[in-house]
Every structure is written in C-alpha cells, then in structure tokens.
Unconditional design. Structure first.
Length: 313
C-alpha cells in the first residue's frame, strides 16, 4: 500500500468512525489538550502579545512534534500509517456531533421546548441563550453550523490531506487555542492575539474550500449555486472574521435566508452585518442547514482523500 493510499484510506476510515461513533464521550484527546493548555497558561500568561506568541509556539509546537514522531514511528508501514491517520482523523473531527446537536436543537424548538433549546445552545456557540426567542435560537444555531462545518470538518480534512497526521493534530491544537483564548476581552486582548491570528491563517484556504463546496451543493437543500456565490462575493467581507464570513455568507445564500444582525453575547450585544437575502431563518431552515452541512462534509472527505492520494502516490 503506497503512502498516498494509506493517507487517503485513513482519512476515509477516520471520517467513517466519526459518522458512526461521534466524539468519544470520555477521555477525548482534545479535552485533554484543553486541560493541558490551561495548566500551561498559568505559567505563560502575561498581558502581552509576546507571552501569547510563546504560549502558542509551546503548545502547537508540542502537538506538531507529537504528530511528526507518530508519523516517523509508522514510516514504511502503510497499514500502520492508515490506522494512525484514521485515529487522528476521528480525534480531530467534530462534524457528526455538530449535525446531531443541530438536529436536537430543531427537535426542541419544534416541540416548543424553548428552555431545553436554550440549555443546548452553549454547546454550539457563545451567544446568550436567555435573551433569545425561538427564531433567535434557530439563527444562532444555524450560524454556528455554517461556521463549524468549516472549522470542525473541512479544515482538519484539508490539513490532513496536506500534511497527514501532523497537519490534523496541529490544526486542532490551533483551533482549540483560538476557542479558549482568542477573545478581545480584557484578559485575552493581547495574550490571545497570536492564537486568533494563527487560527485565521490556518483557516484561510479551508474556509474558501468550504464556501466553494457549499455553493456547489446548494441544490441539495433547494438552493441555487448562483445565489450562494453572490452572497459570498457581496457579503463575506462585511463579517469581522475573514473566514467565518465566507462560511456564513455562502450558507445564507444557499438557504435563501438572511444571517447576521443584532447578536447577543454574555458580555453584551454586537450589531453584525447582514449576510444573504431572504427572511430570517426558521426552524425548518436549521434542518436544511444540517442537511447541507452533512453533504459538504461527505464531499470534503472525498476531495481530501483524492488529493492525498494524488499528492503522495
């Protein structure tokens, strides 16, 4: 088995494990990395960008080194490389849990269980659920699904195709650190700067791959690729994130809804630019977003496995 076939097979098998099993319920390696990062932060934290850069280098460097070491350990053994890639892929993917949570949110909203939907929202995003009604909860969940389809599936598969196991593990470390400290609040405005910027760079290409696939697959949910493309080109740059804007705008165009507007967080409200055309999203649109997300995930793993095979054969 050639290296390219081994990497491609590992990506496909790891994706299949994620589809079949979802995230591990206990002892998730990403959670373990998060706990380790918190301990390291006690030593590295200073209210400065330099300290944040050191923090990022130490943690991402350690995970990247682990990935390189594991890859060397199975060098020349194609079956071992495939199994290792599959394990790493399953570890870093979060697409199945994302889709499952989106469906659970839709179920609760359709049944009128607003309190249950509010309790579920923090597992998707950092909005303040207590101030949101059913439509607000649907919009928040839909925007999170759009962004995290790229972050939780497209980006790790992209970096897996590019760099194998080290790429998979390093990307998840970068994305996790951004989620932990990449905020513009008093504590992390300086210290978290490196984490946020590194995540932006790591997602530049994957977010656009996600946008292209979302645009192409718009008919899966009754949309038009031309509408998704127009919303992306017109609206994505309005978003404060160079990558989330692409994911959300293309999804909005594919679904024929308008995302953005007043956005409530626990630290206060932000007025986000609107993305797309059409009505505000309803619960049925949330279900459509989940279907589109799953279609994008399947298309991405096929593309990633193909690219890995062609690049490494």
């Amino acid at each position: 088995m050639r290296t390219g076939i081994a990497i491609a097979a590992g990506l496909l098998l790891g994706f299949g494990l994620d589809r079949a099993l979802g995230d591990p319920r206990r002892g998730h390696p990403v959670a373990g990395f998060g706990s380790a990062a918190m301990k390291v932060e006690r030593l590295t934290y200073r209210d400065s960008r330099v300290a944040g850069v050191v923090h990022e280098i130490v943690l991402v460097g350690a995970v990247s080194g682990l990935g390189i070491g594991l890859r060397r350990a199975v060098a020349g053994r194609a079956l071992g490389a495939a199994v290792l890639t599959a394990a790493a892929t399953w570890t870093v993917l979060g697409g199945t849990s994302l889709a499952r949570t989106g469906r659970d949110m839709a179920d609760r909203l359709e049944s009128g269980d607003i309190d249950g939907a509010r309790a579920l929202l923090p597992s998707l995003c950092g909005r303040d659920p207590e101030v949101l009604d059913a439509d607000g909860l649907a919009r928040a969940a839909l925007e999170s699904i759009a962004e995290n389809t790229s972050d939780a599936t497209v980006a790790p598969l992209f970096w897996g195709a590019v760099a194998g196991v080290p790429g998979l593990l390093a990307y998840r470390a970068i994305n996790t650190l951004d989620a932990m400290i990449g905020y513009r609040n008093d504590r992390y405005r300086n210290f978290g700067w490196a984490a946020a910027r590194t995540d932006d760079v790591a997602n530049l290409a994957p977010a656009r791959v996600s946008g292209l696939i979302t645009t192409a697959l718009a008919p899966v949910v009754g949309g038009r690729p031309a509408d998704a493309w127009r919303a992306w080109r017109r609206d994505a740059a309005k978003h404060p994130s160079p990558n989330a804007g692409v994911a959300e705008a293309s999804m909005a165009g594919a679904l024929g809804v308008t995302l953005g507007g007043r956005t409530e967080y626990r630290h206060g409200a932000e007025l986000r630019p609107t993305l797309g055309d059409g009505p505000i999203p309803r619960v049925r649109d949330l279900r459509r977003a989940v279907r589109l997300s799953e279609a994008v995930q399947v298309a991405t793993v096929v593309a990633a496995a193909t690219a890995a095979y062609l690049r490494r054969r």
